[in-house]
Write a protein that binds this ligand. Structure first.
Ligand code: DGJ
Length: 325
């Protein structure tokens, strides 16, 4: 009896806190498991915060195949539950989203007027490699889907590859995208229903950049991008503006630490504000494994500010509690 209660005491006082401490750390580059012990498969992703829950949308990948868009949910940003495929590939070979095409960098926003969740992604048509360069749109009444594919197009005729979405404080939404064989980075304002591009479509800069990730702090907008070297990592750069339409000023490389000049062996995908905290932002990147894309790692790092400019410093592990003020 004594032995049992001693064992129980030992377990609860020593081991359980260790387990929960282990769960409450973000470890950039480590294998990240969901709550069932499966490796999270959500690459090139983005987050959306709804009803006190974060949703992580990302590319479901096989060895190289693009298998649709996965969605995971979490209350605390550490522990993720697999909610399944938000947007599935079509089994109809004539469909624009048939199995052998590509769906990359999915991002989801909520439209309060239509009460719909709207997903945009980089769509490549089946069997054409990266030639089509189109923006794809899908919608759902439920955040986790299933999303219904609506259409694809080139915004105002421009090629559209790597992309992100951004909703500003006034509800205006923007699609930021690599155009003209990735030499141009452009921004287009979305229509009120968030389903289409307006003609308010601006060239931000022509520096041959992709993987855009944007956030706003006070009245400044910050945009981190990568260079264009396929799946291989390269140097990130930071631009700053006082309006999404620009002008965007090049600041330099915001990464600091080992392999900072290669974005820590990663590539930007999204920047998430942490709810309920001021000036707390998470920089999200992918460490791609082109030999087995599903096995690519996630790099989530805190953004700090030095002289009012964002800096992303490498840390082996960190707690959300240290973010913001
Ligand atoms: C770089 C892009 O950022 C990725 O999303 C992907 O399209 C790869 N290129 C493909 O080489």
């Amino acid at each position: 009896m004594k032995l049992i209660s001693f064992t129980l005491l030992f377990l609860t006082s020593t081991l359980l806190p260790l387990i929960s401490t282990a769960q409450k750390l973000v470890k950039p580059g480590a294998v990240w498991y969901d709550d069932k012990g499966e490796v999270i498969n959500a690459h090139g992703g983005g987050l959306l915060y709804v009803n006190k829950t974060y949703y992580w949308f990302g590319e479901k990948r096989g060895l190289s195949a693009s298998e649709g868009v996965n969605v995971y949910s979490s209350k605390d940003l550490y522990t993720w539950k697999n909610e399944g495929l938000a947007l599935a590939k079509s089994t109809d070979p004539a469909s624009e989203i048939a199995t052998n095409g590509l769906m990359e960098r999915p991002k989801v926003i909520y439209n309060p007027k239509t009460k719909q969740y709207v997903m945009w992604f980089h769509l490549e048509l089946p069997g054409q490699g990266y030639k089509a360069a189109r923006a794809g749109v899908a919608v759902s009444k439920n955040v986790t889907g299933p999303y219904q594919y609506v259409k694809s197009f080139r915004p105002n005729g421009h090629m559209s590859r790597d992309m992100t979405l951004f909703v500003d404080d006034d509800g205006s939404a923007y699609h930021i995208y690599s155009a003209r064989e990735n030499y141009d980075l452009r921004l287009v304002k979305l229509t009120d229903d968030y389903l289409s591009a307006t003609t308010q479509d601006t060239l931000l800069f022509s520096n041959h950049r992709e993987a855009p990730a944007i956030f706003r702090k006070d009245n400044q907008y910050y945009l981190i991008t990568s260079g264009c070297t396929g799946w291989a990592p390269n140097q990130a750069s930071l631009h700053v503006a006082t309006s999404p339409f620009g002008p965007w000023k090049l600041v330099g490389d915001p990464m600091q630490g080992p392999m900072a000049d290669k974005t820590f062996d990663g590539q930007s995908t999204y920047i998430q504000p942490v709810q309920g905290k001021r000036n707390a932002f998470i920089f999200m990147a992918d460490r791609w494994n082109p030999k087995d894309l599903k096995d690519s790692r996630y790099l989530w790092l805190p953004i700090t500010f030095e002289n009012n400019q964002p800096v992303v410093k490498w840390v082996d592990q960190w707690e959300l509690a240290r973010l913001g003020k």
